[in-house]
Design a protein. Structure first.
Ligand SMILES: Cc1cc2nc3c(=O)[nH]c(=O)nc-3n(C[C@H](O)[C@H](O)[C@H](O)COP(=O)(O)OP(=O)(O)OC[C@H]3O[C@@H](n4cnc5c(N)ncnc54)[C@H](O)[C@@H]3O)c2cc1C
Ligand code: SF4
Ligand code: SF4
Ligand code: FES
Lengths: 297, 599
């Protein structure tokens, strides 16, 4: 990672508690926003002052600065609705989406600092080089469904609830940004997938149609052992995905299974066979899955 | 100043990585042609991720009565019969297979009790037809195809904006020139075939549900390369956008809210849609609240008027607000809280719940939302051959929102995502086959490439020109006020003059700073596209002297049966955009019969 001469993030420090004020409360008349401006070579916080407007989110203010004072201010965004995961940044040191952070939830009357994600190399201003994530994505072994039965695949809702939770991921990479394994150790990037891709791998591993065994790969190439379950990733996920509890810990358990108990794994895969099922079969399967899940298997 | 130009050679270059571009890419990879995917944002962020409600396909999982003929008929009627019948037929026939194959690539749609894909109700669809994942269906489509394409080894050029297409001596498209937003470095692709999958035009209007990427680039690239556009006047204003707070104005509120039972009310608490049932849909629309409410569970009743096609609902809201019966912030009320339990609302519409809670501090499970029309979708677009998605220029293909024809004058909800899949695949297939049948290597006209590069770089100057943001804001104001939901000749003529002035101003904007990730510069170039297409919309709207779907003329309030038979074709002649009404393809008798029976 390129060094920057002003420290924009909070490093491993605990995140400041969020200011709790009802969002509809009064907004101060003037906003003071300190934006990190610069590039790989270095930069600094630049202060902008502008009148407050009703009901704005942080990204709106950044856009107003861009339209009036700094037309070349670099910032990524697309949907402005928390759906695309483009506008990740650190707001007062806290990693979040700029489009989903209302101004009225930030301490009134105090300057607001916005800096780029610290876990990735700076390109310009608030834009970082997130290509590492796209490189990891290429290394994920894809879904391999079993043969398709003549009347099509069937899956019970209960068997895909967890997968759907994982597929809510908007790839904002905030979890990757805070994971200390990546953030503080450039050398790990070559063999560490990071929380976003543990979520992806868990999704594949739990997919009812999948038949591929990725366990050795997850241990050896995706570096799951390096995660020490600090849960920082879960805390910042804007989609409320329970990254550690629902993805990483079960994945770690499976990987251990792989080393010691291939039969347990096989059992799991076979039970999720992709064949046509009657409604009652599906229901029975769902019930079995539920009892298995509560039994901690 | 412009630096060295990066070079790449491919069989097929696909511009756009939304649903249409990704589906085209998957198809090209299957055909084993060398394929590049180019997009303005990072991979996986395209506008398609915002799609909420679902993808329409007559799977018949919830209502076995459903089939492609019914879907075809709904689509044509929703489009006020202006649709290209062959596209509508292919779309209805192939959508189910396109949805099912996504499952093999990992998509997890919501399920029925017996483990099949669940389908939900949407406006204009006779049966519950939209396969969905809560209200984040677009994300599921994007992610599924993105992961598929990546695992098949696609070459992706992210944050790269294409500025112009290039052509060979025969007039066929043979490449594209652009730059990387991240670095400002220029790049030229040579290709045997180019697929446009660049999405919509919404950013030319002030209140829009579209992302910054929807700047009409593909429509403009096609126009400048000599291709025809059709029916650009038919712009869809979605009836339900957020109206408050100001910064969220225009953000979409999915039609799924109404499909799942939400109703529209004015300030008197009246379900006013019952007052706006046009004769065209009277036969199939409930005229009492009791009947409308029973339809959700029993399709033998007629549908509630809240689920009329979007153009009808948007006009009705517009009229209520004008008549002084609007909500405090200039919309109307959309109420699901009094109709469904809070648990059900949160489960069925999680991202809507989240969006209102976060952005407007409104709990939709207990309080009504305030909504109003927002510019949403380009029904018209690049003229294409139905079977192959080929444009009127050799070597150039178009699919998805950038293409015109399928949706006629008004698109039904859910028919866009299925459009992306059906015609994304067909465009990819045809482009791959074209490439396989083309011998020799494409060679770019170097003078033309250099000209594009120097033109793009010319905005960095010290001439003290205006900021592109100011010109953009004025363009949005002009389109919103003069080429909005309801149009009239005098305003359209005025819009024409203003667009002329804005075009001159846009040529002279100045940008400062470096080429590395410089949004002001990007906007200066986006402005060229938006202005070209805004002119097409204005001209089409002027020429189509009737009201039909997304084209509403105050001075011609009725549909004209003669104009149902023509597309408004806009194309470049010299430097000027011209408009010509041209006959559209005639539906064969066996399909026309479907409409007789329905009457
Ligand atoms: C909020 C919202 C909700 C919606 N919900 C639904 C729904 O429920 N069901 C439904 O059917 N439809 C829905 N739609 C409509 C549908 O989402 C869009 O019409 C559709 O996603 C368009 O897809 P596309 O592939 O054509 O283009 P897009 O997804 O818009 O992608 C365009 C791509 O082109 C790239 N691009 C553009 N210009 C250039 C250039 N010059 N150079 C390089 N790349 C370029 C962009 O980067 C992007 O990758 C919704 C739309 C919105 C706004
Ligand atoms: S729990 Fe694991 S993956 Fe998540 S931040 Fe901590 S170390 Fe990283
Ligand atoms: S898991 Fe959550 S934090 Fe991580 S990339 Fe996905 S949405 Fe963002
Ligand atoms: S802009 Fe899409 S998540 Fe913020």
């Amino acid at each position: 990672m390129m060094p920057i001469d002003t420290e924009p993030g909070t490093g491993g420090q605990p995140l400041p508690a969020e200011h709790k004020e009802p969002p509809s409360s009064r907004v101060p008349a003037e906003i003071v926003m300190k934006l990190w401006r610069g590039d790989a070579g270095g930069g600094e916080f630049v202060e902008y002052r502008l009148p407050a407007e009703e009901g704005e989110v942080v990204l709106d203010v950044v856009h107003r600065i861009q339209a009036h004072d700094a037309p070349d201010l670099a910032v990524r965004w697309n949907c402005k609705a928390g759906k695309c995961g483009s506008c990740s940044a650190e707001i007062n040191g806290r990693p979040r989406l700029m489009c989903m952070t209302r101004m009225s939830t930030l301490p009134p009357g105090e300057p607001i600092t916005i800096s780029p994600m610290r876990g990735f190399p700076i390109m310009r201003d608030l834009v970082t080089d997130v290509s590492y994530n796209f490189e990891v994505a290429k290394q994920i072994p894809a879904l391999r469904p079993g043969p398709k039965p003549p009347e099509g695949y069937r899956m019970a809702q209960i068997d895909i609830d967890r997968g759907q939770e994982f597929r809510k991921c908007i790839e904002c990479f905030l979890c990757q940004n805070v994971c200390h394994v990546i953030r503080d150790h450039e050398e790990h990037k070559a063999h560490y997938a990071g929380p976003r891709f543990f979520v992806r791998l868990a999704e594949l591993e739990m997919h009812p149609l999948d038949t591929l065994d990725r366990r050795a790969y997850i241990r050896e190439r995706m570096g799951i052992g390096l995660c020490n379950i600090t849960k920082c990733c879960t805390e910042v996920c804007p989609e409320d995905i329970h990254i550690t509890d629902n993805a990483i810990i079960p994945l770690k358990e499976r990987v251990v299974d792989a080393a010691f108990d291939p039969i347990a794994w096989l059992g799991r895969k076979i039970r999720r066979r992709p064949s046509p099922m009657s409604a009652s079969e599906v229901a029975a399967l769902g019930a079995a899955a539920r009892s298995e899940a509560s039994g901690g298997g | 100043m412009t630096g060295e130009i990066e070079r790449h050679e491919y069989d097929v270059v696909i511009i756009g990585a939304g649903g249409a571009g990704l589906r085209a890419a998957v198809e090209c990879l299957a055909k084993k042609v060398r394929t590049a995917l180019v997009c303005k944002s990072l991979l996986g962020k395209a506008h398609t991720v915002m799609a909420e409600g679902g993808v329409a396909a007559a799977l018949g999982n919830v209502w076995p009565e459903d089939n492609w003929q019914v879907h075809f008929r709904d689509t044509m009627r929703g489009g006020k019969m202006l649709n290209n019948w062959r596209m509508a037929q292919l779309h209805a026939q192939e959508a189910p297979d396109r949805v099912l194959e996504l499952e093999e690539w990992g998509a997890l749609f919501d399920r029925t009790g017996d483990g099949r894909i669940l389908q939900r109700d949407f406006g204009g669809h006779r049966y519950a037809r939209l396969a969905h994942v809560g209200d984040r269906t677009g994300l599921e489509l994007i992610r599924t195809m993105q992961q598929r394409a990546v695992s098949e080894g696609i070459d992706v050029y992210m944050e790269c904006k294409i500025v112009r297409l290039t052509k060979d001596e025969s007039g066929a498209v043979n490449g594209a020139v652009g730059f990387f937003r991240e670095t400002g470095r220029f790049v030229a692709f040579s290709a045997k075939a180019v697929v446009l999958a660049t999405g919509g035009i919404g950013k030319a209007w002030k209140f829009t549900s579209n992302s910054w990427e929807s700047t009409a680039d593909g429509q403009a690239l096609a126009l400048w390369a000599g291709a025809d556009l059709i029916d650009m006047e038919c712009v869809q204003f979605h009836p339900t956008g957020m109206v408050w707070p100001p910064s969220a104005r225009g953000l979409l509120v999915t039609e799924g809210v109404r499909g799942d039972g939400g109703v529209l009310k004015n300030s008197d608490g009246r379900r006013f849609m019952f007052d706006y049932i046009s004769p065209y849909f009277a036969k199939e629309t409930a005229d009492t609240i009791e009947e409308g409410d029973r339809w959700y569970d029993d399709k033998s009743f007629r549908r509630p008027p809240e689920l009329l096609p979007r153009d009808e609902v948007a006009r009705a809201i517009n009229s209520e607000v004008k008549a002084g019966r609007g909500s405090p912030h200039g919309g109307v009320f959309l109420d699901i809280a009094s109709r469904r339990s809070p648990e059900e609302i949160k489960r069925r519409l999680p991202s809507m719940y989240h969006q209102f809670k976060q952005l407007a501090d409104v709990d939709i499970s207990t309080d009504p939302m305030e909504v109003g029309p927002t510019c949403h979708y380009a029904n018209g677009g690049v003229r294409v051959d139905a079977d192959t998605a080929r444009t009127t220029v050799a070597g150039l293909y178009a699919a998805g929102e950038v293409a015109g024809g399928l949706h006629g004058a008004n698109r039904l909800g859910g028919n866009s995502l299925s459009d992306l899949l059906v015609f994304g695949r067909r465009a990819g297939l045809a482009a791959a086959e074209h490439a396989l049948g083309t011998t020799g290597r494409p060679s770019l006209d170097e003078a033309a490439v250099a000209e594009v590069v120097s033109h793009a770089a010319s905005f960095f100057n010290d001439d003290g020109g205006e900021s592109p943001y100011v010109v953009h804001a004025d363009l949005q104001e002009t389109m919103q006020n003069l080429v909005g939901i309801v149009r009239t000749e005098s305003e359209l003529v005025e819009a024409g003059q203003r667009l002329g002035e804005l075009t001159e101003r846009a040529k002279k904007v100045s940008v400062s700073g470096a080429r590395v990730f410089n949004p002001g510069w990007h906007l200066a170039l986006d402005l060229e596209s938006m202005l070209s297409c805004a002119k097409c919309t204005m001209l089409g709207a002027l020429e189509r002297r009737e009201s039909r779907g997304g084209q509403t003329r105050e001075d011609f309030p009725k549909a004209d049966p003669e104009l149902e038979k023509v597309n408004m074709v806009t194309r470049l002649s010299g430097d000027e955009v011209t408009v010509t009404p041209e006959a559209k393809p005639v539906m064969p008798d066996e399909l026309a019969k479907l409409f007789e029976e329905a009457k």
